[in-house]
Design a protein around this ligand. Structure first.
Ligand code: HEM
Length: 408
């Protein structure tokens, strides 16, 4: 049988920047070519996985489908990212479990819910700070700030350093977007690499400090954690801190901005959630499904496998397209409808299985805090320019969202 192929649009950063998500291409792949080969001179070749059920099954077999060999398919940046950091995202069993356990108890629903009032306060303060502005870029003034403020607080890092976290995250996640290049003509790969070096240098100082002066924060937990009686090796320790700083920013920012955009585009749903605040949790779930801010992560089988009659050799790469899974018509009724009352919503925007997003409950609580505050105070919101999207086939981002806003 001839191997089915996938169109380049599903991974092309320019396509994403200009058009947003390629839902029509994904729908066709889900229907006719659930495992489809994609090859392009500038990219590592890969098999696109677009059906919900396949993504779930693959994600639940970490012993076969590994994360370490390749994290994501991107022109430029990606190879260096993989060799320079070693995080949960590119670890496999048994190390992955050992490292994840160091943090998992700090990210449980119960523990995070105890601090919901803190997040609510941060969200209220944030809206107070913009309440007098009639027009603004919602992304840089609101969506980006909350996750940065929250992670700085959890890690015990100075709030004044938030601007740096913002820049580093943009330079690493948005390395292929010319807007985030520094002026001196660096390539995306160099930019991402330099940002990682800067994060590592920054974190090194805090590790030393916390070993001498422990505090009640996540930086102290990691700086003083031991595996088999030894501190974590420097690469793994700094990578872990880097992951916590970076993983939740761009993603939560984009769920927030994409969520606001969805509400502006679906006025009936906005009215409904304003009238019925009890729909908040269901709104959050629907926003994550709808926006699916992570476009893909990769898996690489460590032995030959066959999926839907397509033979894949050990070492070849698969890309799991989460936004496609979240519009799978065999799982979601009317998947192309933004529905804040969806009663069955097993969305997998946070991934699933072994690498299920460590920060999923935190992200949910952040979204709950910002939308609770926003919906209670919102009188008017209107888009005044078309949204500007990130040039990336890895993270789906809204970079700028110019809105006219009236809050009480
Ligand atoms: C709406 C917001 C978010 C989305 C859509 C999201 C999405 C994801 C996805 C899809 C994965 C799975 C990777 C894989 O299977 O290979 C993941 C992993 C991860 N996320 Fe998130 N994330 C979000 C927010 C956060 C936040 C706030 C944090 C806070 C620290 C965070 C930390 C992590 C970490 C540490 C991992 C690695 C888990 C592992 O490999 O075991 N994320 N995230």
């Amino acid at each position: 049988m001839q191997t089915p192929t996938a169109p380049i649009e599903i991974i092309d950063p320019d396509y994403y920047q200009q058009n947003g998500y390629p839902h029509e291409f994904w729908a066709e792949l889900r229907r006719d070519r659930p495992i489809a080969y994609c090859k392009h001179p500038k990219l590592v070749p890969f098999y696109a996985v677009t059906r919900y059920e396949d993504i779930v099954n693959i994600s639940k077999q970490p012993g076969v489908f590994e994360n370490a060999p390749l994290l994501s398919v991107q022109p430029e940046a990606e190879e260096d990212l993989i060799t320079r950091v070693r995080t949960l995202l590119n670890m496999d069993p048994p190390d992955h479990r050992t490292y994840r356990q160091l943090m998992s108890r700090y990210f449980t629903k119960r523990r995070l819910n105890e601090d919901q009032h803190r997040l609510d306060q941060v969200a209220e303060d944030l809206l107070d700070s913009v309440a007098d502005e009639a027009e603004m870029d919602f992304v840089t003034r609101v969506s980006a700030i909350l996750p940065l403020a929250v992670i700085a607080e959890l890690m015990g890092l100075p709030q004044e350093d938030r601007d740096q976290f913002f820049r580093w995250t943009n330079e690493i996640v948005g390395a292929n977007d010319p807007e985030f290049r520094r002026e001196d003509g660096t390539t995306g790969r160099e930019l991402a690499q330099r940002a990682i070096e800067e994060v590592f240098a920054y974190c090194t100082d805090f590790v030393e400090d916390r070993r001498k002066h422990p505090r009640d924060d996540l930086t102290t937990v990691l700086a003083t954690a031991k595996i088999e009686g030894e501190y974590l090796p420097p690469l793994e320790l700094l990578s872990y801190l880097f992951l916590l700083i970076a993983a939740g920013n761009e993603t939560t920012r984009n769920a927030t901005s994409g969520g606001v955009l969805a509400l502006m585009e679906h006025r009936d749903q906005l009215e409904l959630v304003q009238k019925h605040p009890e729909l908040l949790d269901s709104l959050v779930e629907e926003m994550v499904r709808w926006t699916s801010p992570v476009i893909h992560f990769c898996r690489t089988p460590n032995r030959d496998v066959t999926l839907h009659d397509v033979s894949i050799k050990a070492g070849e790469h698969l890309t799991l397209f989460y936004p496609s899974a979240n519009r799978d018509e065999t799982v979601f009724s009317e998947p192309m409808r933004f529905d804040v009352q969806r009663d069955k919503n097993p969305q997998i925007g946070f991934g699933i299985g072994e690498h299920l997003c460590l920060g999923a409950h935190l992200a949910r609580n952040e979204l709950r805090a910002i939308f609770k505050a926003l919906l209670a105070r919102l009188r008017e919101i209107e888009l005044i320019e078309p949204p500007e999207r990130l040039r990336s086939g890895f993270i789906g981002g809204v970079k700028h969202l110019q809105v006219r806003l009236r809050l009480v």
